[in-house]
Design a protein around this ligand. Structure first.
Ligand code: TRP
Length: 455
């Protein structure tokens, strides 16, 4: 019966198209901008170790669950959850899990677009040679001036939001698939080139040691939560993005293999980004824990000094832009699919509505770096942007993931999950089921309790 199901929004042309699109969603600012700066802020190795463990034990099983639910539901996450809940004889309130995801997606995209706007701006700075021969101080001042100028930030944020909505409006196959097919391979190649440069800085081993030598004394309960939250963020989990992509997956494709490939590619990109960035950070005596500006304040120094830096710098920020672009489209896809299904909107008007709303919320992030950056505008020392990032990555996504695990392994009949998974080996299904039934919910809860100091 499940064989006949197909989403009204269409289907990927093949399993590989899904892999490309989901990898495009997973690999983004999270890998190249966020992973290095939160690793720097949380002391390196131990943080990376926890992040990798979370990818393996929580991320991969939840990603499989999301793809499975999406493909079985064959609708936007809100409708898929309602439909699956009724199929399983559970409460229709499960649709609110879809709703929470739509809201999380809007909130994340609102700041994602602002940061992607930085990358967009930096393409032009790199290409025009603005970094050439400028030292650490000059690069720092340049970044400070840039984020202190709300009009510029708004302009770049607007441009990125328009780019995102153009692709979203073109739809699953015309838009998402075509965009990603060209973006992903280029990204890998460019990162490897950057790691090649880092190898010649003379500080490669120091960078590696920072990333891979765990010192658990440096990791706080809050750092633990950030590492787990990032596992969700980087794999695009917990809000229905992968669920809605899964709803376009042909019935026959193997979920396990597909998900393992995506998670491996995502992790590889983050580690490559770390290996490209930290040797440069140490070579130029920069501060690993300098926050969200890390790559913008550090890499341009290297681009300004190395031979061919104009070219490398330009490529690097183009790469970052493309990675962000193929991720941002997945953040609104659950909302767009729902607007089309329930309100009979065209894809284009749904995209415009979503774009306008998130654009407005994004202004809060723009102002977090200038007008509203002062102490008097902070809550617990955090700006609007910090709060938004914390709320989404470290609260909403893990909670969403927890509920997805509970639904797939406690509410859904195991036969139904097994049927949709179509795994070759009964033991593989048993392992997945055990992980989502016990390991994931307990793991997420323990990290939450530890972060609030309860254990
Ligand atoms: N995973 C992307 C990144 O690392 C961001 C992203 C895209 C995302 N879609 C998502 C994060 C859905 C959470 C949920 O940059």
């Amino acid at each position: 019966m499940a064989e006949k199901r197909e989403s009204i929004h269409g289907q990927w042309s093949s399993r590989w198209a899904f892999i490309l699109a989901a990898t495009g969603s997973a690999v983004g600012l999270g890998n190249i901008w966020k992973f290095p700066y939160i690793t720097g802020e949380n002391g390196g190795g131990a943080f990376v170790a926890v992040y990798l463990i979370c990818i393996l034990l929580i991320g991969i099983p939840i990603m499989m669950a999301e793809v499975m639910l999406g493909r079985r539901g064959r609708r936007s996450p809100i409708n898929a959850m309602r439909h699956l809940a009724s199929e399983e004889g559970a409460s229709p309130h499960w649709k609110y899990l879809g709703w929470a995801g739509v809201i999380a997606g809007f909130l994340i995209l609102s700041y994602y677009s602002v940061i992607a706007g930085w990358a967009l701006a930096y393409i032009f700075r790199a290409a025009s040679g603005s970094f050439v021969g400028v030292g650490a101080e000059g690069i720092g001042t340049m970044f400070g001036h840039f984020i202190g100028d709300p009009e510029a930030l708004i302009a770049w944020h607007t441009l990125f939001m328009v780019m995102t909505m153009v692709v979203v409006a073109r739809g699953v196959r015309g838009g998402l698939e075509a965009a990603v097919r060209f973006l992903m391979p280029g990204l890998f190649i460019l990162l490897i080139v950057m790691v090649g440069y880092a190898l010649n800085t003379g500080h490669f081993n120091e960078g590696l040691a920072f990333l891979f030598t765990p010192n658990f004394d440096k990791l706080t309960g809050n750092g633990l939560l950030i590492a787990m939250g990032h596992a969700f963020f980087t794999l695009s989990l917990g809000m229905g993005a992968i669920m809605v992509y899964g709803s376009y997956l042909p019935s026959k494709a193997s979920i396990t293999k597909t998900v393992v490939i995506i998670a491996a590619a995502d992790t590889l990109v983050a580690l490559l980004a770390g290996m490209a960035i930290f040797p440069i950070v140490f070579a130029y005596g920069l501060e690993p824990g300098s926050g969200p500006g890390l790559i913008f304040q550090t890499l341009p120094i290297a681009f300004g000094q190395m031979p061919g830096g104009v070219l490398f710098g330009t490529f690097f920020f183009i790469l970052l832009l493309f990675a962000a672009w193929s991720s941002s489209i997945s953040l609104v896809e659950p909302a767009v699919a729902w607007l089309i299904e329930n309100h009979g909107m065209t894809r284009k008007s749904a995209a415009i509505w979503c774009g306008v709303i998130t654009w407005f919320v994004g202004l809060g992030t723009v102002f977090s770096f200038n007008y509203l950056s002062g102490e008097e505008f902070r809550l617990f020392g955090k700006t609007f942007f910090d709060l938004l990032d914390f709320l989404t990555s470290n609260v909403m996504l893990p909670l969403g993931g927890l509920l997805i695990a509970v639904f797939s392994a406690w509410i859904m009949r195991p036969e139904d999950a097994r049927e949709e998974m179509r795994m070759g080996y009964p033991k593989a299904f048993a392992l997945w089921h055990f992980l989502v039934r016990y390991v994931t919910p307990i793991g997420v809860s323990v990290v939450f309790l530890r972060a609030i100091g309860a254990i």
